[in-house]
Design a binder for this molecule. Structure first.
Ligand code: RFL
Ligand code: PHB
Length: 394
């Protein structure tokens, strides 16, 4: 099967789907290729926190209705250490901005439904995806779909296929710089059937390691604890996980975690990663395909959305005025925000986790930083500004 489109998009994650919706608004045709099934992408548990800018964009794109109904607006977070909680008040510190708790797979469902409803093509369960001719004006994507060969001829390719996708590998190594750091710990994440234990997210620093209390719905909690990244999840019984959460979250005023059945658990590794540049010829990378942050700052999905907003704007500029200046600036424009988020995520991670080689001095440094963050208005404002997300055109 031969298909012709203007923009070939590899990957139906938040980056690929939002790009397709943004381009449609500009009258630009795009086809999305996704290696997993629709059911799979609509049920994979990942992010939960949407920045104000992501929320605003979803509303603008007409995919915000269910989010506004079912999502939860949060106007602050708690930093917990030394047996006490300290609130960072986003509304006060950022002039009324906040965040939305709405699961990533619900964002995916809303975007897939909207894209199909507007007549867009998404080919699910494709395999053997290969990118060719990316340095020419006629790039080509080849793949297999339902047993047949597909050739997608396009003007541009958007590589939105995440960290383990194929797009990044199509950039020649000699042209690239890779920046990366892996952390000596991971997160053990669980879903637990219980009403929220707190009205806002709790980021806890304790001698036993980091813990995070988040939520997915009025009946479902999302919780994380720092663990050895090479540990086997089979070593963690539900009781052990809950005991560890209680111990790390303990307060002097007797706060209690509302417990219930654990319905899902897994361990994820943590790393920071950036590739420069994010573009080669007519191939543009966006989202996790180009950069990864540790989840402590809740930035990954939001960065992916910021990338594709720039990409859609640059492509619209190209098709409307035949000018390539915004496309040429794409990588530099995105990387400024990417590095800001890399720093913020690294900083939150460093402040809140126990490192295996930490000595007593290092622990005092972390406590001093936490104490400053919750008592200085300037420091709290910096955290709040980064957490709710800098404006799109920052
Ligand atoms: P995705 O979401 O990985 O989507 C890529 C898509 O491409 C498909 N694919 C291919 N398709 C075609 N051909 C190929 N060869 C392909 N190879 C792969 C994949 O199947 C997939 O559907 O990348 P994208 O769109 O860049 O979005 C990035 C975000 O998903 C990611 O940054 C966030 O999930 C990170 N993240 C968080 N981000 C936030 O902004 N706020 C959060 O609260 C937050 N919490 C998290 C997170 C990530 C987590 N994990 C599991 C890594 C919490 C966790 C636990
Ligand atoms: C989540 O709810 O999954 C979540 C929340 C905040 C984070 C990371 C993940 O920093």
């Amino acid at each position: 099967m031969n298909i012709r489109t203007q923009v070939g998009i590899v990957g139906a994650g938040p980056a690929g789907l939002m790009l397709a919706l943004l381009l449609a608004r500009e009258g630009i045709d795009a086809v999305v290729l996704e290696s997993r099934s629709r059911a799979e992408i609509e049920s994979t548990i990942r992010a939960g926190v949407l920045e104000q800018g992501t929320v605003d964009l979803m509303t603008e794109l007409g995919v915000g209705e269910r989010m506004r109904r079912e999502g939860a607006v949060h106007s602050g977070i708690e930093l917990r250490f030394g047996g006490a909680g300290h609130r960072i008040d986003f509304t006060d510190l950022t002039g009324g901005r906040g965040i939305m708790l709405y699961p990533q797979h619900e964002v995916i469902k809303d975007c897939v439904a909207a894209r199909l409803a507007e007549g867009g093509t998404i080919l699910f369960s494709v395999s053997d995806v290969r990118l060719d001719n990316v340095v020419t004006n006629q790039p080509l994507i080849r793949c297999l779909h339902e047993g047949g060969q597909v050739e997608l001829h396009c003007d541009f390719i958007a590589g939105c296929d995440g960290f383990h996708g194929v797009s990044r590998a199509s950039l020649p190594e000699a042209e690239l710089r890779v920046f990366s750091r892996s952390y000596p710990f991971g997160w053990l994440g669980i879903l637990m059937q219980a009403p929220p234990s707190a009205s806002e997210l709790i980021y806890a620093y304790s001698e036993r390691g980091f813990a995070l209390v988040s939520t997915r719905s009025p009946e479902l909690q999302r919780l994380y604890i720092q663990c050895d990244p090479t540990d086997d999840i089979a070593n963690w019984s539900d009781e052990l996980i809950l005991d560890e959460l209680q111990a790390r979250l303990v307060t002097h005023d007797g706060w209690e975690l509302l417990a219930g059945p654990v319905t899902q658990k897994s361990i994820l590794a943590m790393r920071s990663f950036v590739i420069e540049p994010m573009q080669y010829g007519r191939l543009f990378l966006a989202g996790d395909a180009a950069h990864i942050v540790p989840p402590t700052g809740a930035k990954g999905l939001n960065l992916a959305v910021a990338d594709v907003r720039h990409l859609a704007r640059a492509l619209a500029h190209f098709y409307q005025r035949q000018q390539t200046d915004l496309l040429e600036a794409y990588s530099t424009t995105c990387l400024r925000r990417v590095w800001r988020a890399e720093h913020f995520s690294w900083w939150m991670t460093s402040m809140l986790h126990r490192f295996p080689d930490d000595d007593a001095f290092q622990q005092r440094m972390q406590r001093a930083q936490l104490d400053y963050t919750v008592t200085s208005r300037a420091a709290a404002m910096s955290l709040a500004e980064n957490y709710v997300g800098l404006p799109f055109d920052w």
